[in-house]
Design a protein around this ligand. Sequence first.
Ligand code: FAD
Ligand code: SF4
Length: 507
Amino acid sequence: MNDSKLILVLGDQLSPRQPALRQARPGIDVILLAEVWEEASYVRHNRHKIALLFSAMRHFRDELESAGHRVHYITIDQRVPSLEMAVRGVLDSCDVSELLVCEPGEYRLLDELRGWQDALNLPVSVLEDDRFLASHADFAAWADGKKQLRMEFFYRKMRARYQLLMEGSGPAGGKWNYDADNRAGWRNQRDIPDRVDAPIDAITREVIDTVNTHFPENPGDLSHFRLAVTREEVGRQFDWFLEHALADFGRYQDALVEESPWVFHGLISMYINCGLLEPLEVCERVEKAWQQGACSLSTAEGFIRQILGWREYIRGIYWLLMPEYKNRNALSANRPLPNYFWTANTEMRCLSRAIEQSLDHGYAHHIQRLMVIGNFALLTGLDVTEVCDWYLGVYVDAYEWVELPNTLGMALYADNAVIASKPYAASGKYIQKQGNHCQQCQYKPTKVTGPDACPFNSLYWRFIDQHLDRFGGNPRMGLVVANWRKRDPEERAVIVQWADQMIDQWT
Ligand SMILES: Cc1cc2nc3c(=O)[nH]c(=O)nc-3n(C[C@H](O)[C@H](O)[C@H](O)COP(=O)(O)OP(=O)(O)OC[C@H]3O[C@@H](n4cnc5c(N)ncnc54)[C@H](O)[C@@H]3O)c2cc1C
Ligand code: SF4
């Protein structure tokens, strides 16, 4: 019997370090990479994401072939409907004894793979993705028996385990978390350096044409496609970040900036998530930058926490609680998604800027996703599934394992306080404090009612009013709820009534 194996590599597994490829024997095993319709269209993916993945996959194919591997590559033009059909196509022409695949990042696909062994009449091994820094077993052991699964405590364990920013058994500088130093609002304090676009080669040019042809209705303007598609180029982009942006990352991490979608952010999630950059290496390089004096401890800690803490924790929650997690809707939010989520055509300046760049570039930084778009969806009670599908579609870094807990849990509070101990709800005051959008807006963040009042203000109080019983007993919400209760009932009624009108106008 032929002992050649078929190794299926998914579009977000483009790393020679992933477990299935570590077993690949050049010239013996067959590697399959496939651009298939089902995966490219199960939500309305941003064209930047499709172009990034198709081009990175094609470059990865070339890299594997140069290393002597036998690669079977299917392009989207071949119109293969699904991954299963792609595998069947290879099995028709190659004799293999087993199918190996690194576990996918989405429950939907894992569930599908579980049926393949019978459907294909072939042994199928799904290998755990050990590029993540906490395994499923690690996370389950940490979560076991805990009443609350707070990221902060998981993060401390991870810091100690990987010995990042540690002094002996304690945290460098004496504190685990320097978040309080990392919340400056934007008042044009600094010049923001221009990003260096990655070069576009013939493969990427062809992919851009293909994506424009096959996905004409999807968001994303590929005339300014700027993403790196090879490990080498991603490395250069990350070097640029370390040299030119890291030093200001921490301080302005939460800033909302009218002039720049990127501010001082890393712009690396899309690369880490598809395998072109390794999370541990990123953390180690940032630690080294701090040791060499290139950034402050609060910046290094703030950055490492995002990857070693948040990224791993979010993934842990996803696999711990799926598939039931996806159906949660603790606040019974079910208003349809307004059409301007697909056009950015709204007078609310902060929202329109955040949506516009999300659609055009497939990117918005964390505070835009959480405190502008997510906050608006939370306050207006937009349908949880529709909002999650929107996030999964528009961002270049979106895969369900990371998108869902962030959106459903962190932004919409629909998981009933698993991720967030209180809802990330805020009025226009917060958005004004964090940046300079309000200066360009027709609304006034200081006003609560009236035609020129910032809609976020009355919507915020309506949200508190609507959920008084639920949040009254929450120690982190107690003060806000008590203040609202103390206000004159007539004044409260006017604000809530105004907000009701706003909701009808804006949703
Ligand atoms: C509603 C909502 C939806 C989100 N959806 C996604 C998503 O689909 N894919 C995704 O990768 N991130 C998602 N995030 C997390 C975060 O917003 C993005 O990782 C970040 O904005 C990516 O930009 P960056 O690379 O410039 O990040 P930076 O600000 O430079 O941060 C560095 C890195 O930290 C990691 N990180 C930071 N926060 C998180 C987090 N909460 N969860 C996971 N990783 C984190 C990312 O890998 C990121 O690249 C979401 C956040 C919210 C609030
Ligand atoms: S006034 Fe309100 S809607 Fe306008 S930019 Fe400020 S926070 Fe956003």
